[in-house]
Design a protein around this ligand. Structure first.
Ligand SMILES: Cc1cc2nc3c(=O)[nH]c(=O)nc-3n(C[C@H](O)[C@H](O)[C@H](O)COP(=O)(O)OP(=O)(O)OC[C@H]3O[C@@H](n4cnc5c(N)ncnc54)[C@H](O)[C@@H]3O)c2cc1C
Length: 373
């Protein structure tokens, strides 16, 4: 089949790999100029590990494994460790694999077969699904047009395919009351040491180090904020306003790193809940269809299993997309429900709302043994 995939993130690349190796002709359109390589380490868990093995990528992935969460500690305003991340509460098992998002993106992209190609700086502008007459007509932002047997929306939490086919984001997005921001911190890059997280009420600022690189990481609780996702300065201002009045530990220095970084990244912790992930010849995979929010630590695993189930079911159903999409959804839904149900403890541990709650969290972690500094 001639298949169009929107988005070259983990879900889009995994779809291109799984579909391309099964003989489909796959075109991936990505609106960025190149693969987007930012992001803190992500996790591959549970059956997504088997998916990576079936893709033939497990050895490469294992090689790039990092152990960042294990090296992360909560610190006080003097930078002294007060508690650790309790690994038994954040991982499913010792088999979980943590690796840099950029490494996984590269591993997937390098594994693409000749039948799959990525076209950068382009995106879907309109699509018309003539289900009965055998194809989806697509017009791209570049002015190109094309007809495809299937279209896969793997374009993330703010998916354009979802908007075009299922309607506005507000109908499906569930805000979890938290924002996450990330900035390079080149001044800190060469320094050694553990990863540090410092809390003030309803906020955390941290420094994470990996691969000779350091990043400033922030989370803060907030009601939904309306902003232009293409306006970098506006996004930086949201972060700076959220930390207004807080100058303890290294907060001012980390905010300066955010001000200076042209690759600054801000996102909300939001889930996508859709009653169905397919309509006609269009299906959604990854965050586009079922973002569990980064707080779950399971978005990447869902992207991998989703791509695999979709491709396997198309093969099993002899390219009968209606049957295949229904079977894909039936297999993937339990994983999504599980992941989306597991966000509250992460949020409460990371962002206690008062000084007293921060102290109580630290005390509980110290008492638990594995959370002691
Ligand atoms: C730059 C970046 C940094 C991230 N950092 C983290 C992190 O630190 N921690 C974490 O837990 N998760 C992070 N994530 C999210 C995480 O990668 C996903 O939750 C998970 O891997 C599922 O991936 P996905 O492919 O469904 O979505 P995404 O990883 O969001 O990928 C979607 C892709 O689609 C592209 N795209 C979006 N809209 C369009 C469009 N209209 N047309 C064409 N292409 C489009 C995007 O540029 C992106 O490449 C990050 C995602 C991105 C894109």
């Amino acid at each position: 089949m001639n298949i169009l995939v929107s988005g070259a993130g983990i879900a889009g690349l995994a779809c291109a790999l799984e579909l391309g190796t099964r003989g489909h002709d796959v075109t991936v359109v990505e609106y960025a100029r190149h693969l987007r390589l930012t992001g803190t380490p992500i996790d591959i868990r549970g059956d997504a590990i088997e998916t990576a093995a079936r893709m033939g990528l497990l050895a490469k992935i294992q090689k790039r494994r990092v152990r960042m969460s294990e090296l992360t500690q909560f610190v006080d305003s003097q930078g002294e460790p007060v508690a650790r991340i309790p690994m038994e509460q954040v991982s499913d098992s010792d088999d979980d694999i943590e690796l840099l998002r950029e490494d996984l993106v590269r591993i997937l992209a390098n594994a693409l077969p000749d039948t799959a190609a990525i076209r950068f700086e382009d995106s879907i502008e309109t699509l018309t699904d003539g289900d009965g007459d055998g194809g989806v007509d697509v017009r791209f932002a570049s002015g190109r047009t094309g007809r495809y047997d299937l279209v896969i929306g793997a374009d993330g939490q703010h998916s354009a395919v979802r908007r075009l086919v299922f309607g506005p984001e507000k109908d499906y997005l569930r805000h979890l009351g938290v924002y996450f921001a990330l900035a390079d911190h080149p001044g800190e890059a060469q320094s050694e040491g553990a990863n540090s997280i410092y809390n003030v009420p309803s906020r955390m600022a941290g420094i994470f180090r990996y691969n000779g690189k350091a990043v400033a990481v922030f989370q803060f609780r907030s009601e939904p904020i309306d902003y232009d996702r293409h306006d970098l300065d506006a996004q930086k201002k949201i972060l700076i306003d959220a930390f207004a009045g807080y100058r303890s530990w290294r907060i001012p220095e980390l905010l300066d790193a955010a001000r200076a970084d042209p690759g600054f990244f801000l996102t909300s912790a939001s889930q996508i809940h859709l009653p169905s992930w397919h309509r006609g010849r269009v299906a959604l995979v990854g965050d586009a269809g079922y973002s569990p929010a980064y707080l779950s630590g399971r978005g990447t695993s869902l992207a991998l299993t989703g791509a695999r189930f979709l491709a396997e079911e198309l093969e099993r159903c002899g390219n009968d997309h209606t049957a295949a999409f229904a079977r894909y959804e039936a297999r993937q839904r339990p994983y999504v429900t599980f992941a989306q149900d597991r966000v509250d403890s992460g949020r409460d541990r990371m962002l206690p709302t008062t000084w007293a709650a921060i102290a109580a969290r630290n005390k509980a972690l110290q008492a638990s043994g594995t959370g002691a500094p």
